[in-house]
Design a protein around this ligand. Structure first.
Ligand code: GLC
Length: 752
């Protein structure tokens, strides 16, 4: 094989200087025909279980097999397992003229087989190191299964709870989102992309996807450049600066232009200004959807617009494989554009080590010993505990005593072993999560009676990635047993929230209250026992005003992964002192959406007078949320004082030091996320009333005081003008430090 000569020629054990990479790629490019180049830009999903032969009656499979053998495919997605990926790889390496290896992509979003909490939950830990750890483990399990590329991290800043994919990101703030974007890229890619247990990451969806109108997935996006540059883009830029290997564009338009066809985003900004040297993959058929948006007359024009805009690889639109050669021959598209796209793809394959050994990830030994291990599951439990947010704890009803006489565990999610796995669950086995019932059974003492009752089912229809859910609106047959269990117990733990398929892709909702009979179940229990500890398991902020008012305690547990039950029990029984903080605002009702902490003041901010309606307010609800961004309680109590700035005014370019003392007034050691926000009071473009610019999670022993210090530099104090220029402006700034975005100490300084 001609290509095998390349492998021999290039296989050296010495670390290759960058120029060696370029030389190798230049030489390979020089050998490639136009058809072979276009083949590298083409990505297909698996159309049969690759471990077996292509089914002869399946035309799609036969076509795909032929295309694989003829060098028309550069990448595949959804091929899983050492054997399956080896077979697919062999089909290409051994049958095509140049034997250029495939790169295998997969949605490893929050774990491969060991499920970690959904990304929104991990962001609630405000501990990026946990996200790095979970991504590192997910990469190991994926790589051991033959996969060398994940379509993660999703770094879309999400402000609208109606949008189902808010579960997949790091919440509403660009600063927190940037920190988690960096951590996930580090976790997936490690120090060396060629390591057989690290994989290429993918920052998605570039860009603005979460701002879809009305919170409806795939809908149009209309945002100003100031929002684009200050809110949407920072986590993408952070991922690019961290060396993410790939980007994925998106389904949406921004102000009428499909992002897949945006040369500004993909060429000027990403590949130009940011110097990104990896490649951009389209989202599934997002190239073909340019036509459906009404921005191309046919698939050929889609291909023309996308390649010119810098969308390098075509996921499942078949636009490139069908039309690019023709477009080049007609002189519509310059072959250099295609060569440049191929170069970027070959570069990542090279850095993954696929040219040295196309089968390095197809290691059945690794697959046997590295997946779903006790160590990985222990890590999942640790991450889950730290992701949980204590939203209410009246009279310190939590932590529960493990020797309590009787505890009722009730609710449709109490004995659910599947929903905790979350949506985007990769290769997690259904029903494999530790349920809350199992977790509590393992945690309670011998003398405690655990009275379990389901109360009601949540859903009665299909549960999968694509079908619409049907909720139980009428079967109350379990209420009697549940009320009886509550009546005879000292305290009730009520597990409610969302089925995991209620959030995720395509799961937009117009109503974010509890579905089905869950609120009714709460009300029925409340009649006989007021000591209700609500455990929320959900993928998005929910509107729970009655629960917030009447419950004794609320623990936001999210969809917490494979070890959910143990992790929740660890928190409920005080084995772990909860330290999570909300990465998203919880609205009082869906009418407040989109709602976020970093809003602009407006010319008529709330609080002028209640009697008046002529200010920026609602007439039927306060502007304030149910629970604010950054909010979360602890079993300890933290007091803040002595907020001190080391200068009252600074020159541009100077640093400002901010110090605060935090005292743990409680009886338990605990972690506190100390948050720092700023406000530029008078800027050329009105800036938000608060902007998160620092946070530090500190362990403070009971009775101890810790001093926490932040440094503010131009990097934190400036902002992007609509033109995209980053500017630090003189004037008055406020500094806020506190336990969340509302309860803060405040100081002021001037930039001269
Ligand atoms: C989906 C998603 C994207 C995912 C891709 C491949 O439609 O939008 O996030 O990575 O297709 O599954």
């Amino acid at each position: 094989m001609l290509f095998s000569a390349f492998i021999l020629a290039s296989c050296t054990n010495n670390p290759k200087p960058a120029s060696e990479e370029d030389r190798f790629i230049d030489e390979l490019l020089g050998k490639m025909t136009l058809a072979e180049k276009v083949g590298q830009l083409n990505q297909y999903t698996s159309r049969w279980e690759m471990t077996g032969p292509a089914p002869t009656e399946n035309k799609g499979a036969q076509d795909l097999l032929q295309e694989l053998k003829s060098g028309m495919v550069g990448s595949m997605l959804n091929v899983n397992g050492a054997e399956a990926t080896r077979k697919a790889q062999q089909t290409v390496v051994e049958n095509t003229r140049l034997g250029i290896p495939l790169i295998f992509g997969y949605d490893v979003i929050h774990g491969y087989k060991t499920m970690f909490p959904i990304p929104l939950a991990e962001a609630a830990s405000w501990n990026p190191e946990l996200a790095r750890l979970s991504s590192q483990i997910a990469a190991k399990e994926a790589a051991a299964s033959g996969i060398n590329w994940t379509f993660a991290p999703m770094v879309d800043v999400g402000r609208d709870a109606r949008w189902g994919r808010v579960m997949e990101g790091a919440g509403e703030d660009p600063f927190l989102g940037s920190e988690f974007a960096k951590a996930r890229v580090q976790g997936f890619q490690g120090e060396d992309l060629a390591d057989e247990l690290t994989i290429a990451a993918c920052a998605k969806h570039f860009a603005g996807y979460a701002f879809s109108d009305a919170g409806r997935d795939y809908n149009s996006v209309e945002i100003g450049n100031e929002t684009l540059h200050n809110i949407v883009l920072p986590p993408f830029k952070a991922a690019a600066e961290e060396g993410v290997a790939t980007f994925m564009n998106g389904f949406n338009t921004i102000n009428g232009l499909p992002v897949t066809a945006s040369s500004y985003l993909q060429r000027d900004l990403l590949k130009g200004e940011w110097g990104f040297d990896g490649f951009v993959v389209s989202d599934w058929n997002s190239i073909g959807e340019i036509e459906i948006h009404g921005a191309a007359a046919n698939l050929k024009e889609c291909a023309d617009r996308a390649i010119k805009a810098g969308s390098d690889m075509d996921m499942e639109a078949r636009a490139y494989i069908k039309h690019l050669e023709e477009l080049v021959k007609e002189g519509q598209v310059d072959e250099t554009l295609i060569t440049e796209a191929v170069r970027r793809i070959l570069r990542i394959k090279y850095r993954l080590g696929l040219f040295d050994d196309p089968y390095k990830y197809c290691n059945a030994e690794n697959e046997k010993k590295l997946i779903y291990t006790n160590e990985n599951r222990a890590a999942a439990r640790k991450v889950a505990r730290e992701s949980m947010v204590l939203l209410k704890n009246n009279k310190h009803i939590l932590p529960l005593a493990t020797n309590a006489k009787s505890i009722a565990l009730i609710g449709p999610l109490a004995n659910d072993k599947d929903s905790p796995l979350g949506n985007w669950r990769a290769k997690a086995e259904s029903q494999s999560a530790v349920s809350l019932l199992e977790g509590m059974q393992a945690a309670i003492g011998q003398t405690t009676r655990l009275n379990y009752a389901e109360g009601c089912k949540l859903s009665i229809g299909p549960r999968n990635f694509t079908d619409r859910m049907i909720f139980n609106e009428s079967d109350r047959s379990g209420f009697t047993k549940a009320v009886a269990a509550a009546r005879k117990s000292e305290v009730v733990v009520l597990a409610i929230g969302e089925d995991c398929y209620q959030s995720g892709e395509g799961r937009s909702m117009t109503d974010i209250r509890l579905k089905g009979l869950q609120q009714e179940l709460f009300d029925a229990i409340y009649q006989v026992n007021k000591n209700i500890v609500v455990v929320l398991m959900n993928g998005r902020p929910l509107a729970i005003p009655e629960i917030a008012e009447k419950s004794a305690a609320i623990l936001e547990a999210w969809h917490a992964g494979s070890e959910a039950g143990h992790a929740i029990a660890d928190v409920l029984f005080g084995k772990y002192n909860p330290s999570g903080k909300l990465p998203v605002t919880f609205p009082r009702n869906v009418g407040q959406c989109p709602i976020f902490y970093n809003y602009k003041n407006t010319g008529r901010p709330t609080g002028m007078t209640d009697a008046w309606v002529l200010y920026s307010c609602y007439n039927d609800a306060p502007n304030s949320p149910q629970f604010p961004f950054g909010y979360g309680l602890s079993y300890s109590t933290f007091n803040y004082d002595n907020l001190v700035l080391d200068q009252s005014s600074i020159e541009k370019g100077d640093k400002l030091k901010v110090k605060v003392s935090v005292t743990n007034k409680g009886e338990l050691d605990g972690e506190e996320v100390v948050q720092l926000y700023i406000r530029d009071i008078a800027a050329t473009y009105a800036r938000p009333v608060k902007e998160l610019k620092g946070f530090e999670k500190v362990m403070i022993k009971a009775g101890e005081t810790k001093e926490v210090e932040f440094t503010l530099t131009e990097k934190e104090l400036g902002y992007y003008f609509p033109c995209g220029k980053y500017v630090v402006e003189p004037g008055e700034f406020q500094v806020f430090v506190g336990s969340n975005s509302v309860d803060v100490l405040q100081e002021q300084f001037t930039i001269k």
